[in-house]
Write a protein of this length. Structure first.
Length: 285
C-alpha cells in the first residue's frame, strides 16, 4: 500500500485492438469469418493450356530437328574438304599417288575400310573426327555391340578395327582401290591426283550403304531429321539389305578429286558394288 494509506484506483484500461497477423507477404489477413476470393485456374483450363503447349511443341520440334540436320550437313562438307586436302598433301609427297584403299595386309578392297598407313595419314594430316560424317561419329565395327566411348573399347583399343584388316571410316573412300570389280555400275577409283575420267572423279562420299550379308544392314547418315538408326543400332542391323532410299535417305555430300564438295539428292545417285571380293555390298553416291 502506498504511503499515507491511500488506495489506488483501478488502472486505466488501454484500448483493446484486434490482433493483426501478418502473412509472409506482410499483408493483413481478413477478419475471422470473412472469406477472400482467390483467383486460380480450374483443372479444365490447365488441361487446355497443356494441350496448346504440346501442340506448339509438336509443330516446333521437326523444325529444330531439320535445322540440326542442316548444320550436320555443313559440318560434313567441311570434313570431306579436310580429307580431300589431306589426300592432296599426301600426294604432294608421294609423286601424285593417292593414299592406298586396299585393306591390310594388301589383299582385298572395301570402300569404307582403309589400311593402317592410310588411317595414320588421314588422322595426322586432317583430324580423327574428320574421318566420319558427324551423323555417324564415332563409326565403329563390329556394329552389333553397344557403342563405346568415342570409338575406344574398355581395353584401350580402337573399335574401328577387326580381323587385322585396317580401319573402318564413316565415309566411302574411293581412292587407291583395286579396280575394276563387280557388274553393278562399275565405278572409277583414282590412283593419282592427275587421273582423268569421262565423268567427275569422286574421292569421298557419304556412307549411304547396304548389304544383305553379315546379318544385313542399311546405313543412312542423312535422313530428313538426321541419321536413320539408333545409338544401339546405328547400322540398322536386320534391314535385309534394303536400300538407303527406302530407309529415308535424303542424299549425301560428295567430294571430288579437284577438292570441291557438293550435296547430291538421293534421286540423282546411283548404286555400285563396293567390295572387290564379291557382290552383295552396295554403296550409293
Amino acid at each position: 500500500m502506498p504511503a499515507g494509506g491511500q488506495k489506488l484506483g483501478p488502472l486505466p484500461q488501454t484500448e483493446q485492438r484486434p490482433r493483426v497477423i501478418e502473412s509472409a507477404l506482410c499483408l493483413p489477413l481478413p477478419p475471422y469469418g470473412e472469406r477472400r476470393h482467390v483467383a486460380a485456374f480450374t483443372l479444365i483450363e490447365l488441361l487446355v493450356v497443356i494441350a496448346i503447349i504440346a501442340i506448339l511443341a509438336s509443330m516446333l520440334l521437326p523444325t529444330l530437328a531439320g535445322a540440326k540436320e542442316r548444320g550436320r550437313r555443313t559440318y560434313c562438307v567441311n570434313n570431306q574438304k579436310q580429307l580431300s586436302l589431306a589426300c592432296h598433301l599426301y600426294a604432294n609427297d608421294t609423286g601424285d599417288k593417292l593414299p592406298v584403299g586396299v585393306r591390310d595386309p594388301g589383299g582385298d578392297s572395301h570402300i569404307f575400310w582403309i589400311p593402317t598407313n592410310t588411317w595414320v595419314a588421314f588422322t595426322k594430316l586432317a583430324n580423327v573426327k574428320c574421318v566420319d560424317c558427324p551423323s555417324l561419329w564415332p563409326f565403329e565395327y563390329p556394329y552389333d555391340q553397344v557403342p563405346t566411348k568415342d570409338g575406344i573399347r574398355s581395353d584401350g583399343t580402337s573399335a574401328r578395327t577387326r580381323y587385322g584388316l585396317g580401319y573402318v571410316i564413316g565415309y566411302h573412300y574411293h581412292g587407291g582401290h583395286k579396280m575394276p570389280w563387280g557388274a553393278n555400275n562399275k565405278w572409277f577409283s583414282p590412283q593419282r591426283l592427275t587421273d582423268v575420267s569421262t565423268n567427275e572423279i569422286v574421292l569421298f562420299s557419304d556412307l549411304n550403304h547396304a548389304s544383305a550379308e553379315q546379318g544385313s544392314y542399311t546405313l543412312v547418315p542423312h535422313g530428313a531429321r538426321g541419321r536413320v538408326g539408333s545409338a544401339r543400332n546405328p547400322w540398322n542391323k536386320g534391314s535385309g539389305g534394303a536400300s538407303p532410299q527406302s530407309y529415308g535417305a535424303q542424299g549425301g555430300n560428295v567430294a571430288f578429286l579437284d577438292g570441291s564438295v557438293r550435296w547430291k539428292p538421293i534421286l540423282q545417285m546411283r548404286t555400285y558394288e563396293t567390295w572387290s571380293g564379291g557382290p552383295g555390298y552396295r554403296g550409293t553416291w
